[in-house]
Design a protein around this ligand. Sequence first.
Ligand SMILES: Cc1ncc(COP(=O)(O)O)c(C=O)c1O
Length: 485
Amino acid sequence: MTPRSFIRADDVLAERLRPADARYLDLHHGNEELLYGLQLLGVVGPFYSVSPWELEDENGVRRINASGYAATPFGEMPPELTSFMREFLEKNRAMSLPQQSASPWRAALGANLVQLLARELPSHSDSQVFFCSSGTEAIEGALKFAKTWRPKSKHFISFSSAYHGKTYGSLSLTPNPEYQDAFRPLVPGALTSPYGDLGALQSLIRRVGPDSVVAVVVEPIQGEGGVNIPPPGFLRGLGEYCRKHGIVVIADEIQTGLGRTGHWFESAAQGLDADIITLAKPLGGGLVPVGATIVRQAMFKKMLGGLSSKRHSNTFGGGALSMAVGLKSLEYLLDNDYPARSLILGEQGLARLQQLQRRFPRLFEAVRGQGMLFAMQFQPMVGGLPLPGALRELVFEATALLALREIHHAGVIANMSLSSKRVVRLSPALNMPQDTFSEMFDRIERFAQRNHSSLQLLTNTPPALLTQLATFAATKPKKRTPSDG
Ligand SMILES: Cc1ncc(COP(=O)(O)O)c(C=O)c1O
């Protein structure tokens, strides 16, 4: 087949669209600059699953998959879910997109989520769930529920290095100039407080007046910020202080929730009884998009009560396939107690990283982790030089990018962090077999042996590639020719 003809689904399924053609078309019709940068680094794929935990490229090179931005709790194409999906497609008779009718799948998933949450936070036993199709949409819903609850208040508070998404509301609470600056003015009323500093939050609220604050939005552990774990007592204190003043607390559990950090709900584990809890990523089992906003009943009814019940809606949220896969994912997590497993494996993994940091202090500035969420923060390549802010940022980013490339070479697919330029993250599947998990850290060790200082990341990169990367970073976006791709 040629890429110029209509590309049939059967051809893609049978892998008749060659990887080089897929790359070419994806570059030309998709996010070209992003894919081009990844292609320069040699990490662009496409990748194909050989097992839930391993991906291979077109040359048959297999790598352990620790990417997926925490949204693949069971790895790639987990047979437990795919066989259920097959059965669903053959047998399901419930309406596909039941926006304005009851649905057995939505009913079951909503009821189970509330039940699981209420096991830890009994105050949520009669909470209600609004379903959507992404994390950012779950946050948008949360902001609207909070605002209708406190209609006279105007401020939303989030934290430094937070990541809540890239639609306007969630973006306004993601204090990262790289993502925000082109889109100002943002949604008004957004304020930022330093993450983990309860005193600073209290004085900010005192300064603007507690009555003016609609809500505080917090990640119980910051994922995209680089796996930042707040000090003990921060979340509990935040909850108590906000409750005293009637301020709504939104726990963004989109990355941490459902076992990633070793608990069903990380915020509850840290003593926070939030009013609204957002979930997404793992709820779709890595296969379908599902987001959920769990809201205290009175708050839910205030926004969607009576004739206002259509005030917030969407087309795809609550769709039968998404809900069914979400339900099966939850069941699989529960039956195997993956949150508990995540905590145990997480301790092993963190111990391996800490050992590496001790052995290679000129490579690793810090390592962090909880459950199956790990961060490697690299020493800047030219750390000794006094560089101005923007250049320092560039050096941080370049270090992490070259580390990503070398980790890829060592046989592990990792992720950057969206709100931290210095960090490469590992978020392996919660059901990764023990031997694969250990092998993953063996490979990270081999990566560190080959690059025992950050400067070596630079010397291990071919000069021609460094030139290409520097040109890419310095030039304005352009239409790339096929030979570039
Ligand atoms: C904590 C948190 N909130 C919100 C989001 C946004 O989710 P999505 O990418 O599905 O819109 C993310 C995504 O990384 C996240 O980690």
